[in-house]
Design a binder for this molecule. Structure first.
Ligand code: G3P
Length: 216
């Protein structure tokens, strides 16, 4: 499963990229607002740090303006992935852009039928928001299972990008179901490394090693 960082904080992205485990980045208008940075500048910087897809979202709601915005965004770097909302205009834009060789991430997916539409529109990625689904009394991971089943039934190549990931259980379930990608805040990704027995094990091994008086 590919790991994307869901952030526009360049320092956090650099730190994660240094692990060699980061496959891409997703941003959205809220994350750009939080960063306090110029949208074009920050996307350019992220694209230089990460080789994989970097999602940058259009904000227009109509197809012609989405196309104009996408045109500007895809000029930033070859690894920019245009993010469009799951609306009729968004999917029309998706079809036009992917037909033209651009990567497209269809975002704000909350149902398996919406994911089916995204695949039919040729999306590179579809982003079901599992955390927000959970917040509203649904089971976000059931949504991922349903999308996996449908995509496998028809051999759709659209990659399931599990988004709105809030904790390690979301990551675990996404991997068990066979999602293609998950995007999570850096804190969630760092949390995956942690286990109390790993820390305790290191502590006791180092204490015993010190007693040997040796060095490597
Ligand atoms: O990738 C989508 C993500 O940014 C939304 O996450 O936590 O705001 O629901 P959240």
């Amino acid at each position: 499963m590919k790991f994307f960082a869901d952030t526009a904080e360049i320092a956090d992205i650099k730190e994660l990229a240094a692990t060699g485990l980061l496959d891409g980045v997703t941003t959205n208008p809220s994350l750009i607002m939080k960063s306090g940075r110029d949208f074009h500048e920050v996307v350019k910087e992220i694209c230089a740090v990460v080789d994989g897809p970097v999602s940058a979202e259009v904000v227009a709601l109509d197809h012609p303006t989405m196309m104009k915005e996408a045109e500007k965004l895809r000029k930033i770097a070859d690894n920019v992935c245009i993010k469009v909302p799951l609306t009729p205009d968004g999917l029309k834009t998706c079809k036009a852009l992917t037909g033209d060789g651009s990567m497209v991430n269809v975002t704000l997916c909350f149902s398996a039928n919406q994911a089916l539409l995204a695949a039919k529109a040729g999306a590179t990625f579809v982003s079901p928001f599992v955390g927000r689904h959970d917040d509203n009394g649904w089971d976000g991971m059931e949504l991922i299972e349903a999308i996996r089943l449908i995509y496998d039934n028809y051999d759709y190549q659209t990659q399931i990008l599990v988004a709105s990931v809030r904790h390690g259980i979301h990551v675990l379930k996404a991997a068990e179901i066979g999602a293609d990608v998950m995007t999570a805040p850096p804190s969630v990704i760092w949390g995956l490394f942690k286990h109390v027995l790993t820390d305790k094990g290191i502590e006791s091994f180092l204490a015993d090693w010190a007693k040997t008086g040796q060095s490597i």
